[in-house]
Write a protein that binds this ligand. Structure first.
Ligand code: ACO
Length: 175
């Protein structure tokens, strides 16, 4: 096993925010934890590329982005987590939730789930479900009154299985 211990890594957020029950549902060769700066070398961007364009910005720019996200805290937190294969020491699944602070709903908080991706060879093994369970838990424990996401029609059935329901319509304007 080549897995580096969490406490030896530069992590995006405290590892104890990931619920123990999600950890315990993973097979023994898989490990869920916050994104680490060194995941740049463990295929973080390769896994994201199953979702969308994720070109390599280079280690310097990746590090700057990691540090910007880690500096955001409290009402502007970004929580990106990964599932790693402990034998290969490679990222096999990723996902993010960020917290929005509102003026409505008694200054309520909303969790936005983004950028869920599972390595092609690992799809269909409940890793996507575990990522969503962990992110939803982080959002709810942060005090969010709801957790929302946008997805394609092809992924609606997956999110249904994760306990999410269709609500409203997605709009977009690309520049
Ligand atoms: N259609 C129907 N059911 C599905 C689909 C689908 N496209 N994908 C998964 N499911 C079902 C599974 O069969 C399983 O059902 P079961 O509990 O009855 O066995 C359940 O949903 C959980 O599936 P997982 O095994 O956890 O799914 P997986 O690990 O493959 O992850 C994901 C799903 C994230 C969609 C993955 O296939 C993937 O990375 N796809 C490419 C990138 C992508 O589209 N990401 C989502 C973008 S939306 C966003 O980021 C907010």
């Amino acid at each position: 096993m080549s897995l580096t211990l969490d406490n030896q890594l530069d992590l995006l957020f405290p590892a104890n925010l990931i619920p123990a029950d999600v950890k315990s549902k993973l097979p023994s060769d898989l490990h869920i934890r916050p994104l680490a700066l060194t995941d740049y070398h463990r295929g973080h961007l390769d896994v994201l590329s199953v979702l969308t364009d994720a070109p390599d910005p280079g280690l310097h720019a990746y590090t700057a982005q990691f540090n910007r996200l880690r500096a955001s805290s409290g009402f502007r937190s970004t929580y990106t987590l990964v599932i790693l294969n402990s034998d290969s020491d490679k990222v096999v699944a990723v996902g993010t939730v960020f917290i929005e602070a509102k003026f409505t709903r008694n200054l309520g908080l909303v969790g936005h789930i983004e950028d869920i991706a599972v390595d092609k060879s690992q799809q269909g093994k409940k890793l996507g479900l575990r990522v969503i369970e962990a992110l939803t838990s982080i959002s709810e424990n942060a005090g969010c009154y709801k957790t929302i996401l946008n997805c394609s029609e092809a992924n609606v059935a997956f999110y249904d299985k994760c306990g999410y329901s269709r609500k409203g319509a997605e709009m977009a304007k690309y520049t």
